[in-house]
Design a protein around this ligand. Structure first.
Ligand code: UGY
Ligand code: MN
Length: 244
């Protein structure tokens, strides 16, 4: 059934709301038995790329020379590098530095959130090593002393990394304590629950499955609504001087 041209998706200068009814699927080069929903890329104004990869059993991601971060949304997939082999299940994630030869092969129908970005070298520190982890093994800390808003940092707090990826869980009724305006941009995937996101001068109802891009200095605020927690995965560029 058509929806008479209506959608919650919107593309503004400093933010994008990308809702599942508007997703278009296409394979990226090198993908096998897999497609991608590209949520944001430099063509949309971002300095990074984020997509959802949907893999059939035996499906593979294509190669990249950029840094790649993978968060497992559903299913199971084998990640192999020259030295390691790990199976990623929901909540597991991997960070691969640029030029890391690797293969990722789905054992079953699998969905992955994937972030790719050229590495911004910092001469004072060495480049990061590959990393595999699980969100449940990371520390959960309250944001600004609010126990109803918990943040987990999936990437270690080290200057080697030029971006961060966190999960944030809001209990029903919890909200950011301030409207944030900052130089970092965000890629955000709503994983559970929903609420109201302020982006720029607009307030949007958002729910699990939605993607949001926030450009640098985009005013942003979120409040969780409903009877269950809201959870999102959020990327930000990090640890680098804005002029370099
Ligand atoms: O890390 C952040 O900037 C985060 N608090 N932003 C957000 O949730 N929109
Ligand atoms: Mn923010």
């Amino acid at each position: 059934m058509h929806n008479l041209g209506q959608t919650r998706s919107t593309n503004q200068r400093d933010h994008l709301l990308h809702t599942p009814d508007t997703f278009v699927r296409a394979a990226l080069p090198g993908m096998e038995l897999a497609t991608a929903v590209v949520h944001i890329s430099p063509a949309g104004g971002a300095a990074f790329m984020q997509y959802t990869a949907e893999l059939e059993p035996g499906g593979k991601l294509g190669p990249t020379s950029n840094q790649r971060f993978i968060y497992t949304l559903a299913g199971a997939a084998d990640l192999a590098t020259d030295t390691t082999f790990q199976t990623l299940t929901p909540g597991a994630y991997a960070y691969l530095p640029e030029d890391t030869a690797h293969t990722l092969t789905a054992q079953q129908t699998t969905r992955l959130a994937v972030i790719e970005k050229p590495y911004d070298t910092l001469t004072s520190v060495s480049a990061p090593e590959p990393l595999v982890g699980h969100e449940h093994k990371t520390l959960s800390v309250p944001l600004n002393d609010d126990p109803d808003l918990q943040v987990r940092s999936l990437i270690p707090n080290s200057l080697s990394f030029d971006f961060a990826v966190n999960t944030m869980i809001y209990q029903p009724g919890a909200a950011l304590s301030m409207v944030e305006v900052h130089v970092m941009e965000h890629g955000l995937l709503m994983l559970e629950g929903g609420g109201i996101y302020r982006l720029g001068d607009s307030w949007y109802p958002v729910t699990a499955g939605d993607f949001i891009w926030m450009g640098p200095f985009c005013p942003q605020w979120f409040g969780a609504l409903g009877k269950r927690p809201a959870k999102y995965l959020i990327y930000k560029d990090w640890n680098r001087h804005p002029l370099v």
